[in-house]
Write a protein that binds this ligand. Structure first.
Ligand SMILES: Cc1ncc(COP(=O)(O)O)c(C=O)c1O
Ligand SMILES: [Zn+2]
Length: 402
């Protein structure tokens, strides 16, 4: 038995039943899941109780939104490794630099977590048809988990999304549609389909449960750092759900009594070609403004206006965090450098974190002694076109290396 109590609106505090299908609050805000954390702790959910549980995100079952384990749809997502980056760390003067590698998830990105939680809850609620717009990786993940759950899935993505994302969503059973436009245009088309066909709209943050899956990154970071959180966490933010999720996880962990009041600086990293959150942060605003002409090689960051922008900005503010952008050239150079010196073939979104490190050090946001954690949100293997292909020497069949 899980213990979700209700969905709560972070804007107007209205509450809704978690056993009924729901998207947004009546006021238009995304909804967050509340738990009876005191009751959960009293029921025996303690750090010691985690010992021996499966090494996936469902080890935090008590703070996940399902009522019944039979509705669980899993491919073994989560509990990804945290690896040191000693050479990159030395280059930028951060000896305690580490990376949590979400590329090891079943669909190659952290989107597996959100899809596992969202699809499991959709199954529990009896939803049979789901639709969403996607920048790419979420569509692939939701297609996979929907197929596993026997749920019909329709996805709309920009026509210039990396081809592998289309093929992934297609082979795992999704009804794939392309749009000559951005994810915001895809969202409008899905909205019309929802009205017409009665699909469940699983757009980012219009669906309240995927954030519960993504928050498990926060629980894992706490457990992997032995309940002594790092000083800063860098996250490549499109919609920013992972960042909101980690912020929620740390607040829950404090309410459970597993950690104290100290928080890592949550640092949102965007691409210079689409940086609405950075612009809002720099201006001291509480919400972002639609970014015109969004373009970046880091396709997951191409979100011109996020529904949960006010939550991202709140999380940054409450943790004394920061927001910063890198241009595509720097992102690709960082991707290459990380692969070359650390052997880690990370995605462009994850590489944006690496690209901004020198600036963060220069601006005094990060200090030498800080324990810094980068979230690599996906594997570089999903982005073959981001790698510059050199002229390889071609040898005759009986040739030799000169
Ligand atoms: C690899 C990757 N990283 C980061 C993001 C951004 O995620 P979020 O929308 O939760 O900020 C995405 C979203 O598509 C992604 O695919
Ligand atoms: Zn509300």
């Amino acid at each position: 038995m899980g213990y979700p109590t209700y969905l709560r609106c972070p804007k107007c505090s209205a509450t809704y039943n978690t056993n009924l299908v729901r998207n947004l609050c009546d006021c238009g805000s995304p909804l967050l899941v509340d738990y009876d954390l005191v009751g959960i702790e009293a029921g025996g959910f303690t750090p010691a109780s985690l010992v021996g549980r499966p090494a996936d995100m469902w080890r935090y079952w008590e703070v996940l939104p399902l009522n019944d384990r039979t509705n669980l749809v899993s491919l073994g997502e989560g509990f990804t490794p945290i690896v040191p980056l000693p050479k990159l760390g030395a280059e930028v003067g951060l000896p305690e630099l580490r990376m949590k590698d979400e590329g090891l998830n079943p669909t190659g990105t952290f989107k597996s977590r959100g899809a596992a939680a969202g699809v499991s809850k959709a199954k529990e609620l009896g939803i049979t048809r789901v639709a969403m717009p996607t920048a790419g990786n979420a569509g692939g993940a939701w297609a996979a988990y929907c197929s596993r759950a026997g749920i019909d899935f329709t996805v709309v993505m920009p026509a210039d999304t990396p081809e592998i994302n289309m093929l992934e969503a297609h082979i795992t059973g999704g009804n794939v549609h392309l749009v000559r436009g951005l994810i915001s245009d895809a969202g409008r088309i899905v909205g019309k389909g929802v009205q017409r066909h009665g699909w469940f709209d699983a757009s980012t943050l219009k669906e309240p449960y995927r954030i519960e899956g993504k928050k498990t990154m926060g629980y894992e970071i706490a457990e992997q750092y032995r309940w002594d959180l790092p000083d800063a966490v860098l996250y490549p933010a499109g919609g920013g759900v992972g960042l909101i999720g980690m912020w929620k996880a740390f607040n829950e962990l404090e309410a459970l009594g597993w950690i104290g009041a100290r928080r890592p600086k949550l640092i949102a990293v965007q691409a210079a070609g689409c940086a609405p959150l950075v612009r809002a942060f720099d201006a001291g605003e509480h919400e972002s403004v639609f970014w015109d002409g969004a373009a970046t090689v880091a396709s997951g960051l191409r979100v011109p206006k996020a529904l949960g922008d006010f939550l991202v900005l709140r999380a940054i503010k409450e943790t004394d965090g920061y927001a910063i952008a890198a241009d595509d050239e720097a992102i690709l150079a960082a991707m290459e450098r990380t692969a070359r010196v650390e052997g880690a073939f990370i995605c462009p979104e994850g590489a944006a974190n690496v690209a901004v490190l020198p600036d963060l050090v220069r601006r005094g946001v990060l200090k030498t002694a800080d324990r810094v954690l980068l979230l690599n949100t996906g594997t570089g293997l999903k982005y073959p076109s981001a790698v510059r292909r050199p002229e390889f020497p071609v040898l005759a069949a009986d040739g030799e290396i000169l």
